[in-house]
Design a protein around this ligand. Structure first.
Ligand code: CP
Length: 324
């Protein structure tokens, strides 16, 4: 039985296999009929306890392109609002014959619980759990960087080796930052986190990356700059400078973007707050990959579902508890 809970569980071989498989899957999107029969007769459940646009829709598109049956579950409007537990929800999905459960949950560790509980037999894929991890986002980000910075047919050993990636903003609450630090360093990149001191997690010195409090100091040395959304719903006012102060020191505008090397790209996992962490001028520029990231997310999620449900034995490890 195999799951994808944390980017920290992926070896370099695992990660490269997923990226290479995603390249194959991307070719399907270029065909007149964008479908493979690989997962015909299998059922993928999207189990979303938190809001999502990109992740939920792209997992649905990915499963459908592989010919799986898809059941979409949203906690809003379900019996969760009547107090039903994760266990009873999971047992209900098991009774429906779920082969894979893609779960997004506000509680860090919920996908791990689901994968190790014995409540369901199917594969579990973490689609974002609290402030812990979002491994398929990191995979699609790495895929986007590889395509833009290295080339699509980069082989093992050359993937993002020595590339300098800067991740900017609300690191404290960001599962995207955590998964990216794990995955990008596994792939040989050098990661620098940039944030106001109040949005840097305690214990960050144990992470395999550098920390800076000045965006202006690192832009000229970055191959990719990944802007993060400030997650106000997960914080109280004490954490946060004013919006104006944040934009002035940590927002990416045209003037700052001009300090980046010519080849360097701007990334954002979405949803973006235009005007705060990123100006419209930057978000709509050719150097910004946000829409490409969404398209690449379908290929990555096809690769993950294919490898978990229908493909090679060597990819993706059994769940191991990772730091969050
Ligand atoms: N990047 C991301 O996880 O976006 P959604 O919340 O829209 O899924």
């Amino acid at each position: 039985k195999r799951h994808l809970i944390s980017a920290a569980d992926l070896t370099r071989d695992d990660a490269v296999l997923i990226l290479d498989t995603a390249e194959e899957m991307a070719r399907v999107a270029d065909r007149p009929i964008k479908k493979l029969p690989t997962l015909r007769g299998r059922t993928v459940v999207n189990l979303f306890f938190e809001d999502s646009t990109r992740t939920r829709i792209s997992f649905e598109a990915a499963a459908k392109r592989l010919s799986a049956d898809v059941i979409n579950f949203s906690a809003k409007g379900s019996s969760v609002s009547k107090g039903e537990s994760l266990k009873d929800t999971a047992l209900t999905l098991e009774a429906m014959g779920a082969d894979a459960v893609v779960i997004r949950h506000g509680a860090s560790g919920a996908p791990y619980r689901l994968a190790t509980s014995g409540w369901i037999d199917g594969a579990v894929v973490n689609a974002g759990d609290g402030t812990h991890e979002h491994p398929t986002q990191a995979l699609l980000d790495a895929f986007t960087m590889r395509r833009r910075l290295v080339g699509a047919d980069a082989g093992l050993g050359r993937d993002l080796e020595g590339r300098r990636i800067t991740i900017v903003g609300d690191i404290l609450h960001s599962r995207v930052a955590r998964s990216n630090v794990h995955l990008l360093t596994t792939l040989g990149a050098h990661v620098t986190l940039v944030a106001p001191p109040t949005l840097v997690p305690v214990g960050v010195e144990q992470w395999p990356c550098d920390v800076s409090y000045s965006l202006d100091d690192v832009l000229a040395k970055s191959d990719a700059v990944m802007m993060l959304r400030v997650q106000r719903e997960r914080m109280n006012a004490a954490y946060f400078p004013t919006e104006r102060e944040y934009s002035r020191r940590y927002g990416l505008d045209g003037q700052r973007m001009a300090k980046m090397p010519e080849h360097a790209i701007v990334m954002h996992p979405g949803p973006m707050v235009r005007g705060m962490e990123i100006t419209a001028e930057v978000a709509d520029s050719d150097r910004c990959t946000v829409v490409e990231q969404v398209a690449n997310g379908v290929s990555i999620r096809m690769a993950v579902l294919y490898l978990l449900l229908g493909g090679s034995d060597t990819a993706l490890s059994a769940p191991a508890r990772s730091e969050g």
